[in-house]
Design a protein around this ligand. Structure first.
Ligand SMILES: *Cc1c(COP(=O)(O)O)cnc(C)c1O
Length: 362
């Protein structure tokens, strides 16, 4: 993790202007913030007593699968099976899922992410198969992935506090809402955190819940920030269970929490603008957060803010390069994985096919 101070080229004031930083969380082996929590989970699971081998089964639409694979790769006592959809994973994401080998197997499901997810849920829901194959999951509602995410909010807030009066607010690119929830928990523990602003893409369930208190199921929309393409954020359940009414949390009614949706065009414009305005090349998810930071500054907001950079732009060259007009900066982690050969086996979206594989792999 590294906290990079940002200068806003739109300000002419120089020193004395509002403080803002970009918290880079993409320095792990697969260049996304999910590396941290996946590695914590792997070590925590390894420390628990177990009978026989454990088999981690994951459906992924992108960053989760490679982070989990890297965390468990060559770890004795574990086997990993990744299922990703043939539709909707970029070539680079597919490579990062298929390049591990050894105790990690990748399957390309002939269908959508929902098909892959359904296969995993059915397998985990079959007690006989679950016991036989030693199945466990590492999905994004696992507490073993949420709790470690509180650490960097604590560290960044305390570091910032060392030199400032006002606690910083955080701007968090959000999809399934694990990252945002970890920030709210860190704040509730008493860490010096100001307002919390969730940046979503067009999948705006979090925005609607905070504004209206309603959380209606919605179809998932595809956007340039694809790791945040979530129609119904799983972790919203957790927040709603504690706060059935969002009004006391809502910034507009005296609370500290707000969410805003960033449309596809604004994501693209921010990707193009970020090098000139903020001096950084960012990924499309991070662009959602920087877009909101830009809106706050343009409206004259003077408070300190920390925006989160959730993935390295090198993971998304096909989205970023046309906007910045040059090659994305390279990431040593991504480059090393791209040099490995990658392969995946095809899988029909039918539960029998997966059951067969899981029974045989023991
Ligand atoms: C997973 C992911 C997000 C969204 O995080 P949630 O915890 O699901 O809200 C944002 N950016 C990137 C790059 C991601 O991989």
């Amino acid at each position: 993790m590294s906290l990079r101070p940002l200068a806003d080229a739109r300000r002419h004031g120089g020193p004395g202007g509002p403080e803002q930083g970009l918290l880079e969380l993409f320095h792990g082996p697969t260049a996304a913030f999910k590396d941290y929590a996946a590695r914590f989970l792997a070590r925590a699971l390894a420390a628990l007593p177990a009978e026989g081998e454990r088999h981690v089964l994951v459906a992924t639409s992108g960053d989760t699968g490679s982070a989990v694979a890297a965390a468990f790769h060559r770890r004795p006592g574990f086997r990993v099976t990744l299922l990703y959809p043939a539709e909707g994973v970029s070539p680079r994401q597919a490579h990062l899922l298929g390049c591990f080998g050894d105790n990690v197997r990748a399957f390309e499901v002939r269908g959508s992410f929902d098909d892959a997810q359904r296969l995993v849920k059915e397998a985990l829901g079959d007690p006989d198969l679950r016991a036989h194959a030693g199945l466990t999951s590492a999905n994004s509602i696992s507490l073993g992935r949420l709790l470690p995410q509180m650490a960097w909010f604590a560290l960044a807030a305390l570091r910032h506090r060392a030199g400032a009066e006002t606690p910083p607010g955080f701007i968090i690119p959000s999809g399934n809402f694990g990252h945002g929830l970890a920030c709210l928990w860190a704040r509730e523990m008493g860490l010096p955190i100001g307002d919390v602003l969730l940046a979503t893409n067009r999948n705006r369930a979090l925005v609607d819940w905070i504004r209206t208190g309603r959380a209606e199921p919605r179809a998932t929309l595809r956007t340039p920030a694809n790791a945040m393409d979530v129609g119904i954020p799983s972790n919203l359940e957790r927040l709603r269970a504690r706060h059935p009414d969002p009004a006391p949390l809502r910034l507009a009614t005296g609370g500290f929490l707000d969410a805003r949706a960033v449309d596809d065009e604004a994501i693209r414009e921010t990707l193009a603008e970020a090098p000139r305005r903020w001096g950084v090349v960012v990924c499309p998810h991070t662009a959602c957060a920087l877009h909101l930071l830009g809106e706050l500054r343009d409206a004259g907001d003077p408070r300190p803010w920390i925006a989160l950079a959730t993935a390295h732009p090198a993971k998304f060259p096909e989205v970023v390069e046309p906007r910045i007009g040059e090659r994305v900066p390279s990431s040593p982690g991504v480059d090393a994985l791209l040099e490995r050969p990658a392969s995946a086996e095809p899988l029909e979206p039918d539960p029998g096919a997966l059951t067969h594989i899981l029974r045989r792999s023991r």
